[in-house]
Design a protein. Structure first.
Length: 397
């Protein structure tokens, strides 16, 4: 656990075969980045050559040797516990999984998994893997565990997570995620597997429950990887890194859905509204009173708006000076901050400090503009209400 216990570094990598050489390189890689959760795929370890528990220094290692092998390497500070009953593999070795419970803080337990789906077999392997994930969800319901983290090589390609094509496994996985309200799929949005004849985005993460909002944006790690896998960095799987926030902000702004007027289809909106009124007028003989017509008008506008104006997330913001520009700058600042925390290079520091200055300057300008607009044309009676509002907004800033 690093950065004053704010984040748990998480990594996943298709290692394409564990050997004494790759174990040494992995230990160096883990130690340098203080990785607490490491999910490995294609360990190529068979039943007669089980990974020793002390292979990864101060970490515990849980493995499944089916279908080219998977493993979880977990920090002892997380109090990891293997759930052997969930460790899955299909009868024809289409997939493999290993599952373990981890405590990311005293009140939060997460079921973590490393999974692998064999690309040389049919899509039935992914279907079997999805059944295994459903079994894990049932296990969590029975044991009142709210969060699941699945890290692995799904060999599923889809444009939905940044690949150039969609294969059959990609379609199956995409539909599975779309049909689960509490499921979130994350990928770095760039190639995780590279080869001379092409690349793909197949090393993915599934999260269930509130855990999804604790996961920072993932990135592909391209430093110090030459000894991690055969063929690096020309051919093979890059490590995918992400941070898991230990203490997420629970005081979230209440979100509601509002009309997104900028992206409304006003042409079809007006056309439909015109058609509804034309039909209504043809049906009426002139006896309908004004009140009934006004009710029809309001209901027609509402129905047409619901049909042709998309919704977006909105909230009652406690900062009335906030703008779209500040939202964009804030998002960019958080992104560069996460990158700097992950890799404290001089370049990342310069970019982070630059965005911090830009955001600070922009927020001062927006505050000043808002105050100026509020004061313009203000009379004596309104001034009392304004200063009350001013103190409420700025007394802690």
């Amino acid at each position: 656990m690093t950065h004053e216990n704010m984040y748990i570094p998480v990594c996943q990598i298709n290692i394409n075969g564990l050997s004494s050489h790759t174990v040494t390189s992995l230990n160096h890689f883990i130690h340098k980045r203080s990785i607490d959760i490491l999910a490995l795929q294609e360990t190529m370890v068979n039943k007669d050559n089980i990974i020793p528990k002390d292979t990864f220094l101060d970490k515990l290692c849980f493995a499944n040797t089916e279908s080219r092998g998977v493993a979880l390497v977990l920090s002892t500070t997380l109090q990891p516990q293997l759930i052997a009953s969930l460790g899955g593999s299909s009868t024809n070795s289409n997939f493999a999984s290993v599952w373990a419970l981890c405590k990311i803080n005293p009140k939060t337990t997460v079921l973590v998994s490393s999974v692998y789906c064999n690309p040389e077999q049919s899509s039935n392997g992914l279907k079997s893997l999805i059944k295994n994930i459903e079994q894990a969800r049932d296990y969590c319901k029975q044991n009142k565990i709210a969060n699941i983290l699945v890290l692995g090589d799904f060999n599923a390609r889809s444009k939905s997570w940044g690949d150039s094509i969609e294969n059959e496994r990609g379609k199956i996985l995409r539909e599975f995620v779309d049909n689960k309200v509490d499921c979130h799929l994350s990928s770095p949005g760039q190639s995780t597997f590279v080869a001379p004849n092409g690349s793909s985005v197949i090393d993915l993460c599934l999260s269930f429950g509130a855990l999804s909002r604790c996961l920072c944006e993932p990135w592909v790690e391209k430093q110090d990887i030459q000894n991690l896998f055969t063929g690096a960095p020309i051919r093979g799987h890059f490590p995918v890194m992400r941070h898991l926030a230990v203490t997420p902000n629970t005081q979230r702004t209440k979100v509601k859905k509002v009309f997104d007027y900028k992206n409304a289809n006003w042409k079809t909106w007006s056309s439909d509204l015109h058609s509804m009124f034309s039909e209504k007028l043809r049906e009426e003989d002139g006896s309908t009173d004004t009140f009934e017509m006004s009710k029809f008008f309001i209901s027609s506008v509402i129905a047409t708006s619901n049909k042709h104006i998309p919704l977006k997330s909105g909230c009652c913001h406690s900062k009335p000076y906030w703008s779209d520009n500040l939202s964009n700058l804030s998002k960019e600042l958080r992104t560069t901050q996460d990158k700097y925390l992950a890799q404290s290079t001089p370049h990342n520091k310069v970019v982070y400090e630059k965005n911090k200055v830009l955001f600070k300057s922009a927020i001062i300008k927006e505050k000043n503009d808002w105050i100026h607009n509020q004061l313009e044309g203000l009379n004596v009676q309104q001034s009392q209400e304004f200063w009350k509002k001013y103190k409420r907004i700025f007394h802690k800033q």
